[in-house]
Structure formats: C-alpha cells, structure tokens
Write a protein that binds this ligand. Structure first.
Ligand code: DGL
Length: 260
C-alpha cells in the first residue's frame, strides 16, 4: 500500500494524482486535520508529527511513503529516511526538477508556508541541481487556513493572495513553484493574480506520482507490496464539514473520511 500524509486536505491533490497514474494500487491517506497547519510550527514539532504520521501509515500496511506536505518534507525528510526502512518520496525534488525544465529566463518564484520558506530547502535544492538560477521566495502563511476553511473563491482569499504575490510580480519570473500541496486548489486564482504574461505554475503532485511510478517499475519486490484492489482509505485526525467538502471537490466524488 502507498502511504501518503499531509497536515490536512492539501495532500489529497497528490493522492488524486497517484490514483490517476497508479489506479491498481492501494492508497492509505492520512490528513492531520486536528493539528493543521504545520507551516507555522517549529521544525522539531513538524518532525515529531511526521514520525507519528509515518508510524501510523506503516502500522496500517503502507510499504512506501509519500510526504505530501512541503512543510514536513522541508524539515523531516532526512529524519524519516534515517528512522524508517521504507522508500520515502517527497514533493520538493520533483517540483524543482519540473521548474528547471520549465524556465527559460532562469528566474523562478517559490511560494510556500513559513516553515518551508524558512528552511531554504528550495534554494538549496535548486542550487544543487542547477546552479546559477535566480530564486525568489515568498511565505504565504495565511493561505493554508483559508483553503482548509474551504474559502477557495472568496474575495478575501483573492486580496490576501494579491498581497503575497505582489513582490514576485516585480521580479519578472517565468515559473512559479506552488511549494505547498494546498495551493493547487487556488491555481486559477494564482495564475490570474500573477498577470497576463506567460508564467508556468509548477504543481508537484503529478511529478511525484510519476517518480513513484518509475520507481515501482524498477523495483518489482516493492511493486508487489503496494499492488492491490482499489480500497483506498482516507484517514484524518479530525473530521470537519469543510474537509469533507474539499475532498469531494478534489476527487469529484464523495470520500469517506475515517477519523483515527
Ligand atoms: N500542504 C502543506 C504543505 O505542503 C501545508 C502545510 C501546513 O499545514 O501549513 O506545506
């Protein structure tokens, strides 16, 4: 089974991409709704939660883990890889690869939570994979709570986004990384706010699903462990009406959220 976790509903954008690309594999999702958002918490707390989430998914039968949360991936990936003897995928490296492939000007924007931006993980990963790019980062701490609240097309969300995106509009970027798995839910609004010019939005959900698919094709021993009937389960640490509505919007069908 493929274990996927996030602080809330954002990682469901990754789960949907995995469902579409690997339909014959079973997904176990965990959204830590009771403790969301992670992005405003300290690295120590995010690491502690990430270990607990991984332990939970492994105890339910997961054999591969996707950290579908940039905030967790930015501070906890190394610890998780040291702690657990299963393949750990994260969303940052695939996003960086996609942004490098997309940019022509070499000027790339990154938006994320405070934890992700403070960690400098994007700058470090870009520098390691393609030195010389100009990276402009912007923390958007209010966006995750707005998405978790289901305020996907509210005027207030537009206004806050405009404020966050304004500095990036001055930088003549041609590529913008959505460095938080909640942000694809606001992709249309973000594109509109970034202006009419050609700008590529990078959403790591498909890229991480493709990485996982390629990995499984070359590791048949793991493939047999994650193969299974489509009995995907969506666990959460709290059930809210807003989360149920967003899950339905993301998957286009009713998702039964199981409280654990
Ligand atoms: N989806 C998470 C991320 O990618 C949101 C983090 C949060 O809960 O603040 O960073």
């Amino acid at each position: 089974m493929i274990g996927i976790f996030d602080s809330g509903v954002g990682g469901m954008t990754v789960a949907r991409a995995v469902e579409q690309l690997l339909p014959r594999h079973q997904i176990l999702y965990f959204g830590d709704l009771a403790r969301t958002p992670y992005g405003s918490k300290s690295p120590e707390t995010i690491i502690e939660y990430s270990i607990e989430n991984t332990e939970f998914l492994l105890s339910q039968g997961a054999r591969v883990i996707i950290v579908a949360c940039n905030s967790a991936a930015s501070v906890a990936s190394d610890t998780l890889r040291r702690h657990f003897n299963v393949p750990i995928f994260e969303v940052i490296t695939p996003a960086v690869q996609e942004a490098i492939a997309a940019t022509s000007s070499g000027r790339i924007g990154v938006i994320g939570t405070r934890a992700t931006i403070r960690s400098n993980i994007y700058e470090r990963t870009f520098a390691a994979m393609s030195p010389g790019l100009r990276i402009f980062s912007q923390a958007c701490p209010l966006i995750v709570p707005l998405v978790e609240e289901g305020w996907l097309d509210k005027q207030e969300t537009k206004m806050i986004l405009r404020r966050y995106l304004h500095p990036l509009r001055q930088k003549q970027i041609d590529t913008l990384v959505l460095g938080c798995t909640h942000y694809p839910l606001l992709a249309a609004m973000i594109r509109q706010r970034m202006g009419k010019g050609r700008i590529t939005l990078v959403d790591s959900s498909t890229a991480v699903a493709e990485n996982l698919k390629a990995f499984l094709q070359t590791t048949p021993e793991i493939l047999s462990l994650v193969n299974g009937p489509d009995l995907n389960r969506y666990y959460v640490s709290d059930v809210t009406t807003a989360a149920t509505a967003i899950a339905r919007k993301i998957f286009g069908r009713r998702i039964d959220l199981i409280k654990v």
